[in-house]
Each structure stands twice: as C-alpha cells, then as structure tokens.
Design a protein around this ligand. Structure first.
Ligand code: AHM
Ligand code: MG
Length: 334
C-alpha cells in the first residue's frame, strides 16, 4: 500500500531543509496539476479528435501537433497565476512567456518545459511525456528575457518529467536524489512508488536511432559496432537495443533497469548542434540522471556544465549508466 502523496513528500523534504514556507511545494503542485491534465488529454486519444497535425511550425521548424499546442496552453495556464513563477519558456514558443500583469508578484522562479516530448508518437499510442526544469529568476528581474534563462544546468533547483505510459508517473529531483510517483487515477493523486531511484552503473542495453548510422562520427560508430559484436567482440558481452523515439520513456527505462541513451551529433545535425534541446530536454534529464547515480555528457563535456547561448540551443546527448557513458566519452578523447 503506497500512502505518501507527492504533496506530503515534498513538504517533508522542505521541513528537512528547515524551509517551512511551503512555497516550493505549492509551485510544484501547479506543475503536478498540469501533468494530470495533460495525462487526461493524452489518454482520451482519438475520442476527442486532437490527434492530428497543425499547419503551424514551432521555432525549430517542426510541424506542431494539435496536442503540442493544447498541452503547452495547459502548462502555461496552470503555472501562471500563483505568483511563484516570473517567466516561462517552452519548446513550443519562440520567446519566453511573460506572466500577465494581473498575476505578477515578483515570482522567484523561471520554468522551462517541453509540454509533450515525443509527440510524433502520440497518434500511434506510444508513450509520451512532459519535461520541466526550474531555475531561479535573477534578482530584480520582473519581465525575464531569454538571456535570464541562459543559466547552466547546475543552477537548476528542480527537474522532473511526467511519463504518460501504461501508467502515468512523475519523476523528480530537487537535488537530493530522485523519486518516482505513480498517479492513482481514481483518487486523482500521485503516490510515492519509486523512492530513491538509482541507475545501475553497468548495463548491456543501449538506445540510439540506428537509421542515422551513416551520419555518425567515429566514436559512436566504434561504440555501437563493439556492442553489436557481442560476446565475441572486445566488450565480451551481448547487448540489447531499444528505441522508443520518446526521450522520457527512454530515460525512465534507464532509471528502472539501466542503459545508455544516445542522440549524438552527426554530419546531418552538425549545423544545428544536435537534435535535443539543452534547456528543457537535456538539462533536466541530465540532472535527474546524475542525481540517480548516472552520467550525462555531450561526448566532450558534462552537459550540466554547459553555458547556454540560446533558449532553443541543441546539444548532443549521451546519458545513462555511468560506466557505459565513460566508455563512450573515452572514445571521444582518442
Ligand atoms: P520532440 O520534442 O519534438 O518530440 O523531439 C524529441 C524527441 C525525443 O523524445 C526522442 O528521443 C527523439 O526526438 C526522437 O527522434 P527521432 O525521431 O529522430 O528518432
Ligand atoms: Mg521534446
């Protein structure tokens, strides 16, 4: 029987830090509400006619799905009114969202999010998720601009994701480990089901989109070909492979049973800098992975140390079981 609700858990964590205002818990409660609403919207599927694509493109030049826009609005609406957040930025908006004047109360935090990650999966009924990252708003800034969001991943005060899979889960860290909560739909509450999640340091499973193989750089070519050689090759063990094309599902699998997730740089992506976005995909996921004992790198540097240069900056991503990340990083050094 799981009886600790996410609210109780967060309040108890705050008490441990001697912080009893409960403000951060209230802020997270709005994010939790947004995730519950998105879970419902995704779960209704084709019943409500929102599975299609729109004519519009986001800043990345990707065609937006109806649900990309709906879930973005849900996140904005749920998080703008309470006064804790000074500004929001998302994958689906070119520029930061300025909190309407009527709700402005010198919020201390900035919220970045990808409301529906893996949305190309939504009309085939495969898991999708929401990713979010919380930063402190710079002192004295009441209308945060893009530059105010450009803080390294090490500055995040909280990172989390919701996974809309066979069950809906919320996994988060405030820098004191990683905890997972499962939504009880009848009660409408998230309960602590996966306390202190830890990524096994060793793994025999990797995740990469193999269709890009011809574009990869030498280190990734070497790493994957050695995995494929299995027991007879230099690695001396057989590897399994998975690719969901939904980073949240991929990272969640790694938190549960270990693994290596890669969206590396390749010749096709070189000009863009990578596929995944630093501020609302790579950074929050890196914080979660590191807090669970894993590692996260571009191949050349720790992702969390990167000094961002643009809100929608892209980066190569290699994350998961620590020892395996180290193998691939060592190939980049050679
Ligand atoms: P999205 O935010 O537009 O959904 O894109 C991010 C997703 C990740 O979840 C996933 O790892 C990747 O894109 C899949 O890309 P590909 O279709 O190239 O395999
Ligand atoms: Mg995304």
């Amino acid at each position: 029987m799981h009886s600790i609700t996410i609210t109780q858990f967060l309040l108890e964590e705050q008490r441990k830090e001697g912080n009893v205002t409960g403000e951060f818990t209230l802020l997270l409660n709005d994010i939790v509400t947004a995730c519950k609403r998105i879970s419902c919207a995704v779960n209704k599927g084709a019943l409500v006619g929102t599975m299609g694509s729109l004519d519009s493109e986001n800043i990345q030049g990707e065609t937006q799905k109806q649900l990309d826009v709906i879930t973005n609005d849900i996140f904005l609406e749920a998080n703008q009114w309470a006064g804790y957040i000074a500004g929001m930025a998302s994958e689906e908006m070119d520029d930061p969202y300025d909190i309407p004047e009527k709700y402005k109360q010198d919020g201390k935090y900035l919220l970045l999010f990808d409301p529906l990650d893996g949305s190309s999966n939504v009309n085939v009924n495969i898991s999708v998720g929401t990713i979010f990252s919380i930063l402190r708003s710079p002192e004295g800034v009441s209308h945060p601009k893009a530059a105010d969001f450009l803080q390294p991943g090490t500055s995040q005060v909280c990172a989390g994701y919701a996974l809309y899979g066979s069950s809906t889960m919320l996994v988060l860290t405030t820098g004191r480990g990683v905890n997972g909560f499962t939504l009880d739909r009848e009660v409408g509450e998230f309960y602590l089901t996966n306390p202190e999640m830890q990524i096994p340091s060793d793994t025999q499973e990797f995740a990469i989109n193999m269709s890009n193989q011809r574009f990869w750089d030498a280190p990734v070519q070497r790493y994957v070909s050695e995995c494929l050689q299995g027991e007879q090759g230099v690695r001396g063990k057989d590897f399994n492979m998975r690719w969901v094309a939904s980073m949240v599902a991929e990272v969640h699998r790694i938190l549960i049973r270990g693994g290596l997730f890669m969206y590396p740089i390749d010749s096709k992506l070189r000009d863009k800098g990578g596929k995944l976005r630093l501020m609302y995909e790579a950074n929050p996921m890196s914080m979660i992975v590191e807090q669970a004992g894993g590692a996260s790198s571009t191949g050349f540097e720790r992702i969390l140390d990167m000094v961002p240069n643009a809100l929608h900056q892209r980066v190569p991503v290699i994350m998961g079981s620590k020892n395996e990340v180290e193998v691939l990083v060592s190939y980049h050094k050679k």
